[in-house]
Design a protein. Structure first.
Lengths: 412, 110
């Protein structure tokens, strides 16, 4: 966690964004013109999705579900840099019942339960009454890339764009809990937002963290995202940020923090979002007899962003590959490229380190030796020496997919 | 899709990595009043489409279902059971059968 020091000095945001635009626009111009659908190229079900621009504060997004919204970040966005623009940060809601109308003067965040003093904090209390921190962190859905499960499984059919990176500005959850005074015997902290179930008796969307995790000084309550207030659909005005952990924990429109002296038994914590307790959370389809555990931390991932499946790459002459990687719940140690289907790997150059939990850019040069169909693969190894697996991860609910990405190209 | 990769552009972009720079710190937040789009699309008409429209659209739009992959009858039955037990969808037994049949007919694996 870095306190207000993740931003390089002397460089204005506007200037950098302007420069970035020129290069990336040139690269995208042939593909992006007036496109109304995107083909995600998967067998076994509908492959195309509508591109929508009709959601408030959101630009071009892949429409995975209209309501409650599932809006996926178009993949070309990840080639523009490591921070995802707010208007293309992916969106995912569980219940359709959340407000479009938020009054900042009357908004309150309650801290209650096993505390010495119940708090009802205004946004002013949070913006002006507590130390601020910044952290760059990837928000990724546990079901990211579910579209690529083989065999396919039910759920949000995300391709690779249910992940986004931002610099989050806010206050430490620890500082808020300390202000309330956590009582001895507290074991978990449960978080809720303004979203409510539609059906009577359906489980309100809540998630919990252990008291130690909640007080680790990294988990934060964010009111800023890339120097702006959060878009409504990303959780305005307050969102829990759990660096390194799946997006399901990042409660949006956060208005309730409850300190518990017993294990949380609500559906979303005790039953939903489960993966096999096996290496890489993977099992064979039809396999039984394994224990299920909650999804928690992210796993390492990497992507080539400037070359897409089916692209033509010159043979016998150097070409550039670049992309993004993240370590999961720790940093990126290395990103390697293979141009021979995974038989051999060569290191790439890593870009600027924006923090442990951020995307990190990588780039390299490569030369494809012969014309014809070729395979590019990219693999992230994190600072715990965990590498992306080369086998296809599968589990019944399609969570935690981080198989090495293969890009098929034609050398010409 | 075929697209030539431009080798030069790669090097250029790395130098132009975006770093959020110094800007005025956020001091206040502005209230929002926004309309979030809903969808009134119905399921394609056919046997069981009334049961689909009557039971599924209260919680989610039709594209949630239409974008799902082809699944076996067992998998669809499991999905519908989860909607009832976990998410408390009040679906009567007759409609459960009509819904599963509709899903198998339109999005089955056989």
């Amino acid at each position: 966690m870095q306190d207000n020091d993740v931003r390089p000095r002397g460089l204005t945001r506007r200037r950098v964004l302007g420069g970035m635009g020129i290069a990336s626009l040139a690269l995208m111009s042939s593909r992006a013109s007036a496109q109304q659908t995107v083909d995600l190229h998967v067998p076994g079900g509908p492959s195309t999705r509508t591109i929508t621009t009709s959601y408030p504060q959101k630009g071009r997004m892949i429409l995975q579900r209209s309501s409650p919204p599932w809006l996926e970040t178009p993949f070309e966005v990840f080639d523009k840099g490591v921070f995802t623009p707010n208007d293309q940060h992916y969106v995912s809601w569980h219940w359709a019942n959340f407000p479009g109308d938020i009054d900042v003067d009357s908004y309150r965040l309650t801290v209650r339960g096993q505390v010495n003093q119940t708090l009802s904090l205004s946004l002013k209390d949070i913006l002006q009454g507590l130390p601020r921190v910044d952290i760059a962190a990837v928000n990724q859905c546990a079901g990211a890339s579910r579209l690529y499960a083989e065999p396919r499984v039910a759920g949000a059919q995300w391709a690779n764009g249910s992940m986004s990176n931002a610099i989050w500005t806010g206050v430490r959850l620890k500082d808020v809990l300390d202000r309330a005074g956590v009582k001895a015997g507290a074991i978990q902290v449960r978080f809720g937002g303004l979203d409510e179930p539609v059906m009577d008796g359906a489980p309100k969307f809540l998630k919990s963290l252990t008291i130690d995790h909640a007080r680790d000084g990294e988990v934060m309550i964010a009111f800023g995202m890339n120097d702006e207030q959060l878009p409504l659909l990303n959780g305005f005005p307050l969102r829990l940020v759990v660096p390194g952990w799946c997006g399901v924990y990042w409660i949006k429109m956060l208005n309730d923090i409850e300190v518990l002296d017993h294990p949380d038994t609500n559906y979303w914590t005790a039953t939903g979002y489960r993966v096999p307790d096996t290496p890489h959370n993977t099992v064979k389809p039809g396999e039984t007899g394994f224990k299920m555990v909650p999804v928690t931390r992210n796993a390492p991932r990497s992507f080539i962003t400037n070359i897409r499946n089916g692209d033509s790459v010159p043979a016998g002459t150097p070409a550039s590959a670049r992309g993004i990687a993240f370590g999961g719940d720790c940093g990126v140690a290395r990103v390697d490229l293979s141009i021979d289907g995974g038989k051999s790997w060569r290191p790439t150059q890593l870009g600027i380190d924006q923090g442990t939990y951020s995307f990190r850019q990588w780039q390299t040069q490569f030369t494809l030796p012969a014309r014809g169909a070729q395979t590019l693969m990219v693999r992230c190894t994190n600072t715990r020496n965990e590498a992306q697996p080369d086998f296809r991860i599968w589990n019944p609910a399609g969570y935690m997919f981080n198989t090495i990405k293969t890009t098929n190209v034609v050398a010409a | 899709m075929q697209r030539a990769v431009l080798p030069v552009l790669g090097a250029l972009c790395l130098f132009l990595l975006p770093h959020p720079g110094e800007t005025a710190a956020i001091t206040t937040l502005k209230s929002l009043k926004l309309d979030v789009p809903a969808s009134d699309a119905m399921f394609p008409a056919g046997p069981g489409s009334d049961a689909m429209n009557n039971n599924c659209l209260a919680c989610h739009s039709a594209d949630h279902v239409l974008n799902q992959p082809s699944l076996s009858r067992e998998a669809w039955q499991e999905v519908v059971n989860k909607m009832i037990t976990a998410y408390k969808a009040p679906i009567g037994p007759d409609d459960v059968k009509a819904i599963v049949d509709y899903l198998v007919r339109t999005k089955g694996t056989s």
